[in-house]
Design a protein around this ligand. Structure first.
Ligand code: CP
Ligand code: NVA
Length: 303
């Protein structure tokens, strides 16, 4: 049985097929509504962290294809506290056809998958955010009509979102540069994974944000402080301001460059209002694409 924990578990061809499925499902949805491909199927959504996009897009995706999704809060489940992950996985598997889980510890989604009789989908962990990356690559594909050869710059904290973008960039043969302050750069193990997937990967790191975005097709940023790191927020606010995506930094990218952010944004910190709301911003099409990309993943796993 397949799970969706990390795009690295899927081949590039499979991921491209998922993107094509997402394009088709999006078109169908916009034209006349989706056919009920998952009629009567159910998805449990386990959240250990807050969410707007992930929760609503998964719930609506299931509804659009004739299925049903429901939310389980951290208090209800007590993942690994009230009950072991192995027990939760097996109990849920007796009731539902799939489980989407957002956890702190990445090992927790791996453990759910190990014990679950139904597919597990990773809705973000401290390590990665593969569903977000699929929506992001869908957005880039829609913009440029291709992925291969495009240059993506990620500016800011090398967090879960950056990890999934780098793995995906390797899989889709994109060039990637990460501009982060010293101490917040991509972990060597993630770079090693990306290079193993694609030995020809063009990947650079720099602590110079202007150099990172020079001539790139896509500038991507995310919050300086991720969920679970709140006690570091003050320290991070001292380190990250040179990495703010503002009009000046955007001016260094290619003229046709688009700006992306997984949201939620801390406007005035990692991104300014004029850029987030400007003509090069794709923040909201990107958020919408969560719905379409995840619908493709759900259909692939649960049909
Ligand atoms: N981008 C994203 O995953 O948003 P939520 O945390 O609101 O789900
Ligand atoms: N890096 C952010 C992404 C939120 C969708 C976090 O983990 O909080």
């Amino acid at each position: 049985m397949r799970h969706f924990l990390d795009t690295a578990d899927w081949s590039s061809a499979e991921l491209l097929d998922l993107l094509k499925d997402a394009v088709a499902l999006k078109k169908e949805f916009k034209n006349f509504g989706n056919t009920p491909l998952l009629k009567g199927k159910s998805l449990a959504m386990v959240f250990q962290k807050p969410s707007l996009r992930t929760r609503v897009s998964f719930e609506m995706a299931m509804q659009h294809v004739g299925g049903y999704a429901f939310y389980l809060s951290p208090q209800e489940i007590g993942l690994g506290k009230r009950e072991s992950i192995a027990d939760i996985a097996r109990v849920l598997g007796g009731y539902v056809d799939g489980v989407m889980a957002r956890t702190f510890d990445h090992q927790h989604v791996i453990d759910l998958a190990k014990w679950s009789p139904v597919p597990i989908i990773n809705g973000l962990t401290d390590y990665n955010h593969p569903c977000q990356a699929m929506a992001d690559f869908l957005t880039i594909y829609e913009e440029f009509g291709k992925l291969e050869g495009l240059h993506l710059a990620y500016v800011g904290d090398s967090n879960n979102v950056a990890t999934s973008l780098l793995i995906g960039a390797a899989q889709f043969n994109m060039k990637m540069t990460v501009g982060s302050p010293t101490g917040y750069q991509v972990k060597q193990s993630v770079v090693d994974t990306a290079r193993k997937i694609n030995p020809k990967l063009e990947f650079n790191v720099t602590d110079d944000p202007a150099a990172a975005v020079k001539g790139v097709d896509v500038i991507y940023t995310d919050t300086w402080t991720s969920m679970g790191q709140e006690e570091e927020a003050e320290q991070r606010r001292k380190v990250f301001p040179p990495f703010q995506v503002n009009a000046k930094l955007l001016g260094q990218a290619a003229k046709h460059a688009i700006v992306m952010h997984c949201l939620p944004a801390h406007r005035g910190e990692e991104i300014t209002d004029d850029v987030a709301d400007g003509p090069q911003s794709r923040l909201f099409p990107q958020a919408e694409n969560r719905l379409h990309a995840q619908k493709a993943i759900l259909v692939k796993l649960l049909q």
